[in-house]
Design a protein around this ligand. Structure first.
Ligand code: PHE
Length: 337
């Protein structure tokens, strides 16, 4: 056995002992540097090869390769041992921490909360109702005739047991009046569902905020002032509103409620399709038939109701051209709010 082979054998033994005794990843790294590092033992041995007699070179070279491999394996095992944890010195406490991205409120929720805050300041109490409704609360109690198209399976999602996903937040009006004596002043934000084909301004589920005000001698003027106050709180003092005659089964008279265009101020632009106004909601005086359905005396009590589309308000606030952006959950989009 020549002196180089002796050194190789001694090195493997020493490396094995050192790896076994290692207490931290740094001890393993020290073994690597001592034996396999650029200025370590093995590169030095390889330079000694030249002095080995020719007939021993083959044997010595084989021992060299085998020894280097064994030490590399010891190092690999040592690295893996400490990488598995259990040794605190394997954690580099000097590294900067990793910043986790922080979530934020979705723009639709942002606007919903803002609406609730505005109406709360006018004395409306926030309430909620179920998203899975029955036909009675969503249609019958709201004075909707049996042949009304909105009841159709083409428009409303039915469960096999005959219940539905509510197509509007108006059933919350009924649930509140059934359980509370007048006067009543509530807002009910929430999710609604319709079988629409999704496009830039329609989705299969979206959000509404319902308002209901029942008291003695409530008039259309009260409705108009509440809606005007809301419009100006939401989009600024320059906003005007417009009420257009419309029809809803549960209000009489009924109106559609428009804002003067928040983009052009009423002059006409592509957002308001040159009309100067943007449709926001439906509203009206609660139909006496609805009051009777919940046991209120229409001779004594009157009131108004309204329903706003929250996505519509968010699109106007943030100038979002397509409703679908709100639901694709693309972080690049959501990060902007
Ligand atoms: N529920 C109606 C809709 O979804 C809106 C509305 C609410 C109209 C309250 C009048 C009163 O279209």
């Amino acid at each position: 056995m020549n002196p180089v082979i002796e050194k190789i054998n001694a090195a493997v033994k020493s490396a094995a002992e050192k790896c076994a005794a290692a207490a931290a990843a740094a001890d393993i790294e020290a073994v690597r540097i001592e034996f396999l590092g650029r200025n370590g033992l093995f590169p030095a041995l390889s330079r000694e090869m030249g002095s080995i007699p020719a007939e021993q070179r083959r044997e010595t070279g084989a021992a060299f390769n085998a020894g280097r491999q064994q030490i590399q394996q010891l190092i690999d095992e040592g690295v893996a041992r400490f990488a598995k944890g259990g040794d605190e010195s394997a954690i580099d406490t000097s590294l900067p921490g990793r910043r986790r991205p922080v979530g934020r409120k979705h723009p639709v929720m942002e606007i919903a909360d803002e609406c609730v805050a505005i109406f709360s300041r006018m004395g409306f109490v926030p309430v909620s109702g179920p998203e899975m409704e029955d036909i009675y609360h969503n249609f019958d109690a709201l004075n909707t005739p049996a042949d009304h198209p909105s009841r159709d399976e083409q428009d409303t999602f039915y469960f096999p047991d005959g219940r539905i996903l509510r197509s509007q937040t108006s059933p919350v009006q009924i649930r509140v009046m059934e359980t509370h004596e007048p006067p009543v002043r509530i807002v009910a934000p929430g999710r609604v569902f319709r079988r629409d084909t999704p496009d830039a301004t329609h989705g299969m589920n979206f959000h509404q905020i319902e308002g209901l005000y029942i008291d003695r001698d409530v008039s259309m003027a009260d409705l108009k002032s509440v809606l005007l106050t809301f419009a100006r709180e939401m989009y600024g003092e320059k906003i005007n509103i417009r009420l257009r005659p419309h029809f809803f089964p549960f209000t009489e008279p009924s109106v559609e409620y428009d804002f003067s265009c928040v983009v052009c101020g009423g002059k006409g632009c592509n957002v308001c399709k040159n009309s100067g106004y943007i449709e926001i909601a439906g509203a009206g005086m609660v139909d006496p038939a609805v009051l009777k359905n919940v046991g209120y005396d229409p001779e004594k009590w009157s009131g108004f109701a309204f329903g706003l589309g929250i996505e519509r308000l968010a699109m106007l606030r943030y100038r979002i051209p397509d409703l679908r952006y709100l639901y694709e959950n693309d972080v690049r989009f959501l990060e902007q709010f």
